[in-house]
Write a protein that binds this ligand. Structure first.
Ligand SMILES: Cc1cc2nc3c(=O)[nH]c(=O)nc-3n(C[C@H](O)[C@H](O)[C@H](O)COP(=O)(O)OP(=O)(O)OC[C@H]3O[C@@H](n4cnc5c(N)ncnc54)[C@H](O)[C@@H]3O)c2cc1C
Ligand SMILES: *[C@@H]1O[C@H](CO)[C@@H](O)[C@H](O)[C@H]1NC(C)=O
Ligand SMILES: *[C@@H]1O[C@H](CO)[C@@H](O)[C@H](O)[C@H]1NC(C)=O
Length: 614
């Protein structure tokens, strides 16, 4: 029973409907289907199948999913120019294909700290409660204490089939010279900072490990299991209620795939449960269209029936603000992935003949760093207050994350110099945004404010300025460094000591030159800082890590779901995706999405088993 794109008439009532077949949604659907063979389930995903799609299976092709025109993503764009972003409207891609973000993301393996889960302050979701779920989904092939990792889960984690050892070795040594040590395992759930060769959601043989192909596919191909239906290329418009009990969903063909006829709404009944798993940028809209949300938002949007007045729906959006800055290097073309971006012929050849580089996510080194006391002293009063309050004491946590990316995505035109990049992102930003529907139909626009860099004290910006200087200093100290790709850097005032450079030196001289650079850090004047801030406002995006728009918290604190992921004020309705994040996740977020899927499945299975026994 494969996935289908027309729902058979016979499937008009099931036990459980799961709206959204993304990262968490696929985990929930697969775990429920396997544990509860006597229940019928329907998973409805807005995007297409991901099976047999080479842009999914070959990690290297991740960059195609950043294209706003890609059929595999959904672009969420801020509704109006955001003043704090120099008047830009941010356009943020998220997964729009079976497997969701896990099918299109950059596959960086990065785990939240146990203390991140603790900070959610929800019974059953503390770090120690989450360990079994964090281990359950992975088969880890990497360094460190095996007891902190999984060994038999569906998602393989490894280094994949491609590395740039020279770049990694030089970069790590440079980071160490600045006091950021290489650690054996940055993902042991307690290590707060350090530098490590990056692990990836890529099998040792070089294939992407996404939730659809690793969780769902084996079930769908198993002749003995007939209880899981998967409907693709259809969007759930809203949840249908009988009184305050969720009783089914209304859905229609996704016009992006089926343009011929105007989509007609259909509905399916759910006898026991409806699970919304459309991701942080879509789940709140599904709830609001269903009559669950702030009463004033619902009235303004002409939603006919207000089922539950929940002002927290669509509030609290946050994401990790991310900037990329690029550098000239003396690396060989074979050490970067630039040819894949610039030369269709080379890429075509690799795809045809096979090549280890296809198993690359381009990210070579991962790092999470904290400022030293001396650094903190120079970062302003507002930041210092935050630091004292939230970072200085207690189990440590990092401030910013980053990766060494073996490509220049901004300006990948072929040239003698191989350019590579650093991504820098705040791990615990203060800024919050929101998204709300403006009308009852899925085709009505959503009022979305990213709020990126909007915290009134400018703390997120301060952290980014520190990250830029620190990360730039790291790469500047490597022998391979040949200067900055100026168009990807701030416009420093004329004569600035921090101005971008282009070094024309030979390999013989590079060791000595880098030793010289290590002796003196770049210095930045107030004007230079202003240039960095302006550049950040003009160019910063997000790390594609949307969080927190249906958060799990007490109702009076703006919560939308309780510890069982039940939506307040109604029955039979669950949310299971990263919109439930009740606090910051100091890591790339896919790991937490898998874990939320596993934990949600555990909760739902217990309830559904109890149900059928009662
Ligand atoms: C470009 C990119 C790069 C990233 N890189 C990394 C990385 O390197 N490492 C990392 O850890 N994380 C990364 N992430 C983040 C990570 O992939 C996400 O945090 C994670 O996938 C979120 O999971 P989710 O289950 O909350 O939502 P999603 O996986 O986004 O799933 C939501 C699903 O719902 C579907 N949907 C939406 N609306 C509807 C509707 N109305 N009806 C039916 N279906 C609907 C969508 O098509 C999607 O499949 C990246 C994300 C992106 C987009
Ligand atoms: C590197 O950057 C320079 C300056 O922007 C550009 O001209 C060149 O094409 C880039 N090279 C590669 C391989 O990306
Ligand atoms: C959560 O589920 C458990 C087990 O089904 C139940 O005992 C408990 O009352 C539920 N809690 C809430 C807050 O609904």
């Amino acid at each position: 029973m494969g996935p289908y794109i027309t729902l058979p008439d016979a499937v008009d009532e099931v036990d459980v409907v799961i709206a959204g077949g993304g990262t968490a949604g696929c985990v929930v659907a697969a775990r429920l289907a396997a544990a509860l063979p006597s229940l019928s389930l329907l998973l409805i995903e807005g995007g297409a199948d991901n099976a047999g799609n080479p842009t999914v299976s070959h990690p290297l092709l991740f960059f195609t999913h950043l294209d706003p025109k890609s059929p595999n993503n959904i672009m969420y764009t801020s509704s109006s120019p955001e003043p704090q972003l120099a008047g830009r409207q941010l356009a943020i891609p998220a997964g729009g294909i079976l497997g969701g973000g896990s099918s299109i993301n950059m596959m960086a393996y990065s785990r939240a700290l146990l203390r991140d889960w603790d900070a959610w302050e929800t019974e059953g979701w503390r770090g120690e409660n989450m360990i079994p779920f964090l281990k359950k989904f992975e088969t880890y092939v990497g360094p460190g204490d095996a007891a902190m990792h999984g060994s038999s889960g569906p998602i393989q984690v490894s280094r994949g089939t491609f590395a740039s050892p020279r770049a990694a070795t030089q970069f790590i040594s440079a980071a160490e010279s600045l006091g950021f040590p290489e650690v054996e395992d940055l993902n042991d759930l307690v290590t707060a900072s350090g530098v490590q060769r990056q692990l990836r959601y890529i099998s040792p043989s070089g294939l992407r490990q996404d939730a659809a192909s690793r969780y769902l596919r084996p079930l769908l191909e198993d002749e003995r299991r007939q209880n899981l239906h998967v409907l693709l290329e259809h969007r759930v418009g809203r949840v249908l209620f009988e009184g305050t009990r969720a009783a089914g969903v209304e859905f229609m063909a996704n016009p992006e795939f089926q343009r011929d006829e105007p989509p007609k709404a259909r509905s399916v009944r759910a006898r026991k449960m409806v699970v919304v798993s459309c991701g942080s940028l879509a789940s709140p809209s599904v709830l609001e269209r269903s009559g669950v949300g702030s009463a004033s938002v619902l009235r303004r949007a002409r939603v006919e029936q207000i089922v539950a007045d929940l002002p927290g729906v669509g509030e609290g959006y946050h994401d990790h603000p991310l900037i990329l800055h690029s550098y000239h290097t003396a690396l060989e073309p074979s050490e970067t992935i630039n040819s894949a971006l610039t030369d269709p012929e080379v890429l075509g050849k690799w795809l045809q003949e096979g090549n280890d580089i296809l198993g690359s996510n381009a990210q070579e080194v991962a790092f999470k760093v904290r400022p030293s006391d001396e650094d903190v002293a120079g970062m302003g009063r507002e930041f210092q207050h935050r630091w004292e309050r939230e970072f200085k004491n207690g189990p440590p946590r990092p401030l910013v994350g980053g990766a060494l990316v073996m490509a220049c995505l901004e300006d990948p035109s072929p040239a003698p110099r191989q350019n590579i990049s650093i991504s820098s992102f705040n791990l615990y930003p203060e800024s919050r945004g929101s998204l709300h529907i403006t009308g009852p139909s899925p085709s009505d626009p959503v009022d979305f404010h990213s709020g990126i860099l909007s915290d009134p004290a400018g703390i997120d910006l301060t952290e980014q300025v520190w990250a830029y200087k620190t990360h730039r200093e790291m790469i500047r100290r490597t022998p391979m460094y040949r200067g900055e790709v100026a168009v990807t850097h701030p416009r420093f005032p004329a004569g600035s000591a921090a101005a971008c450079v282009y070094l024309d030196i030979t390999a013989d001289a590079e060791e000595e030159e880098s030793t010289k650079r290590r002796r003196e850090r770049l210095t930045y004047t107030a004007e230079d800082d202003a240039a960095i801030e302006q550049w950040l406002r003009e160019h910063i995006g997000t790390a594609w890590h949307p969080l927190g728009t249906c958060k799990m918290a007490p109702r009076e604190k703006g919560g939308v779901v309780d510890k069982n992921l039940s939506v307040y004020g109604v029955q039979g309705l669950k949310v299971a995706d990263l919109s439930i994040a009740a606090g910051g996740i100091g890591a790339n977020t896919c790991n937490s999405a898998f874990a939320v899927g596993e934990k949600a499945a555990d909760i739902f299975i217990r309830e559904l088993v109890g149900d059928s026994q009662a």
